[in-house]
Design a protein around this ligand. Structure first.
Ligand code: F6R
Length: 628
């Protein structure tokens, strides 16, 4: 997904960082960059007949990198036969064939797809008896030494600032050992295990000292949820409270971030404080809005002295005076306010909703406006959302169907056969495992019926709903397949059939499992293909479930009054399986989805108020996608 207002290309290192940092607009570009670094190292060593020793990580971050390395192997003959690998960590206890093990994860995401020799693969063992752990750890380190040390270490960063599983408090000298996982780390891993109670308490990990001995280190972070920890790691003094900060002391460590993970860095937020900048319209807007908040003054009250006192001298000199700058940004922000988002004439609007609730969470108020203004609004639920339903809900609905069929005399034999099958599937299911197809169907139906009720409550009849059930999501686990041609084809056909004047889609980069990002990708690709055939539509990105657009990014806000907010909340409540306690609330926000939506929309309105713009109860924000 592109960065909406500004777009970054990592041609040079960011200023003001304690670890050399490259920022890319999108994680795919960043992954490709790292893959190319590894590719050139392997080719160089291969042609010298030397091995390449790689330190590998698991998790969501390196998935794109592994895909790119696999592509380089398949399409460009990148030869891994001389490559030796050492993985950072493994849960403990954890059998290698368990679906949650890093052993299996590495096979599925990388090892099974390249020509690595099994004897060259090393991962700490999750089955070693407790009294042999120390020896096992020492042998692991010895194997690294015997291989000549790690040439290139790949790292992700946890929200605790961990590298490997070196949680806060791990020393700079720590070596490979058994560690206890931080509660934040266990919470972040909870969705993969279908609940925190199934996440192991411990892991075996390379130590900070072990990692720092690698000759070259690349640490990657993608998504808004990493922005805080990235900023602390890169801009603060090294501390054992954030073990990644020890990378500041490594002679060849590089931080690679996407625009979302880098969004809190000073080089992005306040680049004018770090040296001369080119005052583009986007940067002017950003700086003037920043100043209004920093000086706690509405835009139109900003003075030349405010610019000077906040180190915005060059902006004042080049584009001032203050009154002119403030007026320009005030006008831009005023123009974002829109009460008729699809114009006067009735038109067809298509809202893509990655899961069956993102529509109402993120733009329920706007949907209410669009329907009331006479537009024909269609909602396309891109995935079934079936992995996010608790077993007890599936059992309750199975119970309902059994009673319903009995009461109305519907085929008792067949009913019993199916309900018994579902009961059995849930009884034999191991905690944290994927569901049988039957159960996934029941869970999908629960979410589809909730979506119908929610849509109806904002004025959209069932005939205007599409359940796309995109293939990439149909894995039954949180690990999704990459987007494929079939996903794009389904999306393209839908848009071609409905010919909407406007398309809305989720623009969050940080939903925990990346489903929003993949869904947006499918829509972008479909729109690009349709554009080639001459079809044009306006495309808008919403946020709300995980993040909100910031004022400098937002291009349109739709005012929501208290009554509309109540209706929006009632629509969100219709998604009962996600209410009170959602299966995947995201590791870093304790609020329910309706609370997040209400607080975010009201917060945007407060920000507009602080800027001296009209006062609103709540605002839903949008950014236009101009990719085509
Ligand atoms: C994985 C590992 C961890 C992860 C980190 C980020 O082998 O050692 O340090 O790199 O927890 O995880 P993701 O990439 O899932 O956000």
């Amino acid at each position: 997904m592109h960065a909406p207002v500004e777009s970054y290309h990592a041609t040079r290192f960011l200023k003001g960082t304690r670890i050399p940092t490259l920022m890319f607009g999108e994680s795919s570009e960043a992954s490709r960059h790292v893959a190319l670094m590894i590719e050139s190292l392997i080719r160089q060593n291969n042609s010298a007949g030397k091995p390449t020793v790689l330190g590998l990580a698991t998790g969501s971050t390196p998935i794109g990198l592994y895909r790119e390395l696999i592509r380089l192997h398949r399409e460009e003959n990148l030869d891994f036969s001389r490559v030796i690998t050492f993985n950072l960590d493994e849960y403990y206890p954890m059998p290698p064939d368990d679906e949650h093990s890093y052993h299996l994860w590495m096979k599925a995401h990388f090892f099974d797809h390249v020509n690595l020799h099994p004897k060259n693969i090393h991962i700490p063992s999750g089955t070693i008896p407790p009294d042999q752990i120390e020896d096992h750890a020492a042998q692991f380190e010895e194997k690294i030494r015997r291989a000549g040390g790690i040439d290139f270490q790949i790292l992700g960063i946890g929200r605790t600032g961990h590298i490997g599983f070196n949680e806060p408090g791990s020393t700079r000298q720590s070596r490979t050992r058994l560690v206890s996982l931080d509660p934040v780390t266990r919470r972040d891993a909870a969705s993969g295990f279908f609940g925190i109670e199934n996440v192991p308490q411990q892991a075996l990990t390379m130590g900070v000292g072990t990692i720092l001995e690698a000759r070259q280190i690349v640490i990657m972070a993608f998504g808004e949820h990493k922005a805080d920890i990235v900023q602390k790691t890169i801009e603060h003094e090294p501390t054992d409270a954030i073990t990644a900060s020890f990378l500041q002391q490594h002679p060849d460590a590089t931080f690679i971030v996407d625009a979302a993970a880098g969004s809190k860095l000073a080089a992005v937020r306040t680049p004018w404080k770090l040296g001369p900048v080119q005052w583009t319209p986007a940067l002017i807007r950003r700086a003037v809005l920043w100043l209004s908040f920093a000086a706690e003054k509405p835009l139109l009250l900003l003075s030349d002295d405010d610019f000077r006192e906040h180190e915005l001298y060059s902006l004042l000199r080049e584009h001032g005076p203050a009154s002119k700058l403030a007026r320009k940004v005030f006008d831009e922000m005023s123009n974002t306010i829109c009460t008729r988002p699809c114009g006067q004439e009735p038109k067809t609007v298509l809202v893509f909703s990655p899961h069956p609730d993102d529509d109402v969470i993120s733009m329920g108020g706007t949907i209410i406006h669009l329907v009331e203004q006479g537009h024909r609004v269609h909602i396309a639920y891109m995935t079934s959302g079936n992995i996010a339903v608790f077993d007890h809900d599936a059992l309750r609905f199975k119970d309902f169907v059994a009673e319903f069929n009995e009461r109305f005399g519907i085929d008792p034999v067949k009913t019993k056969e199916v309900t018994d099958r579902i009961t059995r599937a849930l009884e034999v299911k191991k905690p944290g495992s994927r569901d049988e197809e039957d159960v996934l169907h029941v869970k999908g139906l629960i979410r589809a019926t909730e979506a119908r009720a929610a849509a109806l409550s904002v004025g959209i009849p069932p005939g205007q709903l599409e359940f796309m059930d995109m293939p990439f999501y149909r894995t039954g686990t949180i690990a999704k397949a990459p987007i494929g041609p079939e996903d794009v084809r389904i999306t393209q056909e839908l848009i071609a059939r409905l010919q909407p004047a406007q398309v809305y889609m989720a623009g969050d980069l940080s939903d925990p499992h990346g489903t929003h990002r993949v869904c947006a990708d499918a829509v972008f690709k479909a729109l690009a293909l349709l554009a080639k055939e001459g079809f044009k539509t306006e495309a808008w990105l919403y946020r709300g479930a995980w993040e909100e657009w910031e004022p400098h990014e937002v291009e349109r806000v739709v005012p929501i009054n208290p009554d509309e907010m109540e209706r929006k909340k009632l629509a969100i409540f219709k998604h009962q399986s996600q209410k009170d306690r959602a299966m995947f609330p995201g590791g870093y926000d304790d609020r329910e989805f309706w609370q997040r939506a209400e607080e975010r929309n009201r917060h945007t309105a407060q920000l507009y108020d602080q800027l001296g713009l009209p006062q609103f109860y709540a605002l839903e924000g949008f950014v236009q996608w101009r990719g085509v």
